[in-house]
Design a protein around this ligand. Structure first.
Ligand code: ATP
Ligand code: MG
Length: 582
């Protein structure tokens, strides 16, 4: 976001510095360690870190670990790795659980001031008496119990005298408030099991997120607590706690969540995709998690530039996944070397090429980057092409190989198909062709042209590989739509992974190691998967070459130009008319 334009959060922060409300800027990124980070979190991370950085402040990483039932060290470690991968450095690593003692003291303080009470209603009664958006809630019969009673019960809650769910500590605010968050929210609940990932079995009562979050910010001296819109309703509550406790007055500002088409984003749903086996894990290349994108071959730079393009808004919206892919392509186009690879091999034999001859042809590594240089690729009498680059009965506008048709082999010669060889089942197993020795490098001295250029890999030199072709995980733009009573798992794309296990690659790819990325000519961008072993090379397709988004953008630009032209004409016409009249 370093060069991006201003936004309402930056403006608010600038005002707060100018007015002296705050003397420095401190933010935090507060994940709950109950799952892996997704690309929506990337927006929060970029906002939190860049607002601090642009104002000479700092950003903490704080794990909001108030629910031992869902949290895990596995997630803590993964979250840290993902933030580093995106390219951010936090100042301090903190945990809400670091503040359990202070939060407990805050609770006691509020009880002593008559602002919190122990409620013995059943969870059902608590729920029912909370009221609805239209109906006010009903006061608990325990609401006005003596302070001493609440103090005693709260201490006994802490000492483990009561079973889970039997009693809770609540703030005494207003059961008739129009904001349901303010209707005596629960502050503490009992949870004997499981042990907490950091505090072990020290506590059997845990602060609710709403009682921990704002105070954690305050304890850390966070000036601006930036979060997504769904916390807007909670802001009055966080402010209430801060005021009543008389602690550092953090300012909360909300921004819109990032949503993506063909994607589900919430951790709750991502957990289901993993646990119910729709994907192979959190780092499955089809997942919108940062670890999934990393394995897919997306770069942090591309993710950041995409997220920055989507901006900082106050209103929720859904970004087009095509725009994300567009940013990936733009980034990979500059940074990846080109290679030749054949995913669906069909063998071709040049009948007039010497049997044992091998020529080394020079190929450009990256036309976008001269410094990437060139490499040599071997050419010989037998090579592979893509099965779909040969057609027995070529339709109109098909310019690739066909009987009697001449095409260019990329970096090589012109060849003309002469024969089709079939097996007993009648399937095509081989194509025979002839080459023109005068066309080395791809040009005919007599100036004749060919319309098609296809890629190839020399058969004797090819290395074998598995290539995993990924498609979108969902078949519809909005898998969350509840049409026809369906749920998001009903929209899973059954063909989101296709494994091609007999691919042929040019020999220079032999040394490729996990995370290395390439453009396979005419096919797309590919990355070496960590499943790769010394025996078996495995690639993931990152994204195809076809950029529909770029096309859409061009179309839009054209339409805009047309519109402007029309408007100008109209304006001219009107001026002429006016001139006539006046
Ligand atoms: P989810 O709904 O995916 O489980 P969450 O809000 O529960 O997300 P947290 O770990 O609590 O996840 O979120 C950490 C921070 O990331 C919060 O400040 C939250 O506002 C922000 N955040 C989460 N999802 C998004 C999103 N899609 N877009 C922008 N910010 C998000
Ligand atoms: Mg959450």
């Amino acid at each position: 976001m370093t060069d991006s334009p201003s936004n309402f959060i930056l403006d608010a922060v600038a005002e707060d510095l100018a007015s002296g409300r705050f003397k420095h800027i401190a933010t935090r990124f507060p994940p709950e360690p109950n799952g892996y980070l997704h690309i929506g979190h990337a927006r929060a991370i970029i906002i939190d870190f860049s607002i601090a950085e642009k104002n000479g402040g700092y950003c903490n990483l704080r794990f909001d670990d108030t629910n031992p039932a869902k949290e895990d060290v596995e997630y803590v470690d993964a979250i840290k790795e993902d933030i580093k991968w995106l390219g951010f450095k936090w100042k301090n690593e903190f945990y809400a659980s670091d503040y359990f003692d202070e939060l407990y003291d805050f609770a006691i303080q509020l009880i002593k001031e008559g602002k919190a009470y122990v409620d013995e209603q059943t969870p059902n009664e608590v729920r029912e008496n909370r009221g609805t958006l239209k109906e006010p809630g009903t006061n608990s019969p325990y609401r006005d119990r003596p302070i001493s009673e609440s103090l005693d019960l709260f201490e006994r809650m802490k000492n483990g005298e009561f079973p889970d769910g039997s009693i809770v500590l609540r703030a005494k605010i207003d059961m008739a408030s129009g904001n349901i968050s303010m209707r005596d929210p629960i502050m503490y609940r009992i949870l004997h099991e499981p042990p907490h990932h950091r505090t072990g079995s020290k506590w059997c009562i845990y602060p609710m997120y709403d009682f921990a979050h704002g105070q954690s910010d305050s304890i850390e001296g966070i000036t601006h607590s930036l979060c997504s819109l769904e916390y807007e309703n909670h802001r009055p509550l966080y402010n209430w706690f801060i005021n009543e406790l008389g602690i550092f007055p953090t300012r909360q500002i909300e921004f819109a969540r990032l949503n993506l088409t063909y994607t589900v984003m919430s951790k709750r749903r991502l957990v289901r995709l993993v646990k119910e086996g729709y994907v192979k894990g959190w780092d499955d290349p089809r997942m919108p998690t940062l670890t999934g994108y990393r394995r897919r071959g997306y770069t942090p730079e591309a993710i950041r530039s995409f997220v920055e393009t989507t901006g900082v808004a106050k209103k929720n919206s859904t970004a087009d996944v095509g725009l994300l892919e567009h940013h990936i392509r733009q980034d990979l186009n500059i940074r990846t070397d080109r290679r030749m690879a054949v995913l669906d091999p069909l063998k071709v034999v040049i009948t007039n090429y010497p049997e044992d001859k091998v020529e080394m042809l020079e190929a450009v590594n990256n036309p976008e980057d001269e410094s990437a240089g060139t490499r040599e690729i071997p050419f010989s009498r037998e090579f592979y092409i893509e099965r779909h680059d040969f057609h027995e009965a070529p339709p109109k506008k098909y310019f690739r190989l066909a009987l009697g048709r001449e095409v260019r082999l990329r970096y090589g010669y012109f060849v003309t198909a002469t024969d089709i060889i079939r097996n007993d089942a009648g399937e095509i197993t081989e194509i025979h062709c002839t080459y023109d020795p005068e066309t080395k490098g791809g040009y005919a001295p007599d100036g004749r042209k060919v319309r098609g250029t296809i890629h190839w890999v020399s058969a004797a030199h090819a290395i074998d590989a598995e290539v995993r072709i990924y498609d979108r995980l969902f078949t519809v733009p909005n898998p969350m739509s509840k049409d026809e009573g369906k749920e998001f798992t009903d929209y899973i794309n059954a063909d989101s992974l296709e494994t091609k296990d007999s691919c042929k690659l040019e020999p220079s790819l032999k040394q490729a190691r996990p995370d290395e990325k390439f453009q396979f000519e005419r096919l797309g961008y590919f990355v070496v998967d960590p499943d790769t072993t010394n025996e078996k090379l495995i690639f993931n397709r990152i994204v195809t070459l076809r950029d529909t988004w770029a096309r859409v953008e061009k179309q839009r630009a054209r339409e805009k130009m047309e519109e402007n032209r029309r408007r100008k004409q109209e304006e001219k016409r009107r001026q002429k008319e006016m001139a006539k009249k006046g």
